[in-house]
Design a protein around this ligand. Structure first.
Ligand SMILES: Cc1cc2nc3c(=O)[nH]c(=O)nc-3n(C[C@H](O)[C@H](O)[C@H](O)COP(=O)(O)OP(=O)(O)OC[C@H]3O[C@@H](n4cnc5c(N)ncnc54)[C@H](O)[C@@H]3O)c2cc1C
Length: 318
């Protein structure tokens, strides 16, 4: 059973508090995610501003699952959709404010736009963000990194809303940031952060960004329907090498494929379902384990339910 709401007497929308932002029932998430797959959000919520979000969190009924998503570049939404409320932060969360050698950025800012703004203002040290196609919210959750730097290296503090709608400010240390990981509770929603850089000439910064982008073009299938690196690199090892050694390069399942170009990337070649992509990932894990004894850990976040799983409130979130 999917999370379609029409047949259910207890319509979630009727139980949600009034907001100034927008609720959308059965919102198609496949249009948002990079993979272009997945079922609908039972209700999508786009808060008008931070007060609207905090008030919603404080007033929402107990037991309603809330999931925040960024721009879906590290996300596999299962075909049965996401029960509960899916929060997407909009324009009001995409502000940037420069302050000396630091910059405050909203969680909905694209990493690329932050890198560009920093470069234009002669603020170096954030170039790596141009290699990560997500939002700042996703970068905080994942401790996004590229080309030898990660968000943690530049982070001064981050601000989040906790599950009850209280505002929290966390230092980098308090966030437990590690390799594609943070220990901040998974139901907290990042609102923005302050990043530190250092002064340099805009041309020099832009040249480093061009280098990063050129190298990405050459090594990653960035123009395909993908979710970025599928698995984390195990300590001291490269996931792609283990996958290649296990003979998985180019492996397909329905419309899902292990990228020929970078075999730690899964691709939707056209008509893939989320189930096919997830099953292919699990097959890769099985083969790598059989070949090398190493268990790969998913880096991609999988959310929602399969079409035959129980609906809202009864299903576990990935
Ligand atoms: C082609 C390609 C290349 C990539 N290269 C890199 C790379 O070099 N380095 C790298 O680190 N990543 C890379 N990624 C992965 C991805 O871009 C990053 O993980 C990014 O940080 C995810 O941001 P997002 O906005 O897309 O988040 P989503 O994919 O939408 O969500 C990812 C996770 O972040 C959480 N999240 C999103 N917003 C918030 C918020 N405001 N508050 C709390 N949690 C939130 C979600 O709940 C989810 O758990 C790549 C992806 C692609 C498709």
């Amino acid at each position: 059973m999917s999370v379609m709401t029409a047949a259910r007497p207890d319509r979630l929308l009727d139980r949600l508090p009034p907001v100034r932002g927008r609720y959308t029932e059965n919102a198609d998430l496949s249009r948002i995610t990079w993979f272009r797959v997945g079922g609908p959000a039972e209700v999508a919520f786009r808060p008008a501003d931070r007060e609207d979000l905090l008030a919603f969190l404080a007033a929402k009924p107990d037991g309603v699952p809330v999931t925040v998503i960024g721009v879906g570049s590290n996300l596999l939404v299962r075909d049965g959709g996401v029960p509960g409320v899916v929060v997407r932060l909009g324009r009001d969360f995409a502000q940037m404010r420069r302050d000396g050698e630091e910059i405050e950025v909203g969680a909905a800012c694209l990493d690329l736009n932050v890198a560009k703004a920093a470069a234009a203002g002669g603020l170096a040290g954030l170039e790596f963000l141009c290699g990560v196609p997500g939002s700042i919210g996703g970068a905080l959750r994942m401790n996004a990194g590229a080309y030898g730097r990660e968000l943690k290296d530049a982070l001064v503090w981050a601000e989040a809303a906790d599950a009850e709608g209280a505002l929290r400010r966390l230092t980098s240390d308090e966030m437990g940031l590690g390799y594609r990981h943070s220990t901040v509770p998974t139901d907290w929603i990042f609102l923005g952060c302050r990043l530190r850089g250092h002064t340099d000439a805009p041309e020099a910064i832009r040249a480093r960004m061009a280098e990063i982008q050129g190298s990405r073009e050459a090594s990653q299938p960035i123009r395909t329907r993908t979710g970025g690196s599928t698995f984390k690199n195990p300590p001291g090892r490269k996931a792609w090498q283990l996958i290649a050694a296990a003979g998985c390069r180019g492996l397909t399942l329905g419309g899902a494929q292990v990228s020929e170009q970078h075999c730690n990337f899964l691709i939707n070649t056209g008509g893939a379902t989320a189930a096919e992509l997830e099953a292919l990932g699990e097959e890769v894990r099985r083969r790598v384990k059989a070949h090398s004894g190493i268990e790969l850990e998913w880096e991609i976040k999988r959310i929602g339910v399969a079409p035959d799983e129980p609906p809202a409130g009864e299903a576990a979130h990935g």
